[in-house]
Design a protein around this ligand. Structure first.
Ligand code: SF4
Ligand code: SF4
Length: 237
């Protein structure tokens, strides 16, 4: 098992680095790309990628080994442990999604199991930091939460032995486990380019959606929910 990211050190040094990666992988049952760096390139591969950082699955010659991506910045400790434990216990690789991530941890979005989801559905949003909605624990979508487009287990397993996770601490998910998250605009700009797929959608289904139908459904849902909420409030008064 190897975890690596290659950065450009010159043609000769880079060639040597690629050979080392291949040598390390040669007798492996599988390669595990730990974290968003090894899986996607993360910050050093962000545009314009001055060091030509190369994620593991793009290292020349390495594609003939199964690669398991365990992205996250960092990945959740229990997820890392469980992937290895699964392989040792069952002597097989975990089932992977189309992007090579173990389905048991990456098949649902943060948004699908987020405890603030009822507020999203009710159109109750934090509009600005430290407003009344923030104090009431409303949904962080409008202040940039990437939970609707991020596949990870943070909202179920959480962090620090299940104590909390970023959204529970009052900060939006920044999508750290997704490919190219540094290049997707501001952490505090809300997402507009995704579907409202429902809680049973998984990464494969979403990935198979055609670009033509991907629109502003989340935004529309949020707007309609907010409108209904405002109408309800008006009716109550
Ligand atoms: S948008 Fe973010 S805070 Fe709101 S329900 Fe989804 S994951 Fe939770
Ligand atoms: S909540 Fe989002 S940004 Fe935070 S660790 Fe999980 S996937 Fe990464």
């Amino acid at each position: 098992m190897v975890s690596a990211i290659s950065t450009y050190l010159g043609e000769e040094a880079n060639e040597r680095h690629f050979l080392q990666c291949n040598a390390a992988a040669e007798h492996c049952k599988a390669i595990i790309s730990w974290g968003s760096c090894a899986s996607w390139g993360c910050v050093q591969a962000a545009r314009p990628n001055p060091t030509r950082a190369t994620q593991v699955h793009k290292v020349p010659g390495i594609a003939n080994r199964p690669i398991i991506k365990v992205p996250g910045c960092p990945p959740i400790a229990e997820v890392m442990t469980a992937v290895i434990t699964y392989m040792l216990t069952f002597e097989r690789l975990p089932e992977l999604d189309r992007q090579g991530r173990p389905k048991m941890f990456y098949s649902q979005r943060i948004h699908d199991k987020c405890y603030r989801r009822p507020h999203f559905d009710a159109g109750q949003f934090v509009e600005s930091w430290d407003d009344e909605g923030a104090h009431k624990g409303y949904c962080l979508y409008k202040v940039g939460c990437k939970g609707p487009t991020t596949y990870n287990a943070c909202s179920t397993i959480r962090w620090n032995g299940g104590l909390s996770f970023p959204i529970q601490a009052g900060h939006p998910c920044i999508g750290c486990s997704e490919d190219g998250f540094w290049d997707k605009g501001s952490f505090y700009q809300h997402v507009t380019d995704t579907h409202q797929f429902g809680v049973e959608a998984n990464a494969d289904k979403v990935g198979l959606a055609t670009a033509g139908v991907v629109g502003a459904a989340i935004t529309a849902h949020a707007a309609v929910s907010a409108l209904k909420n405002a109408q309800k409030k008006g009716g109550d008064e």
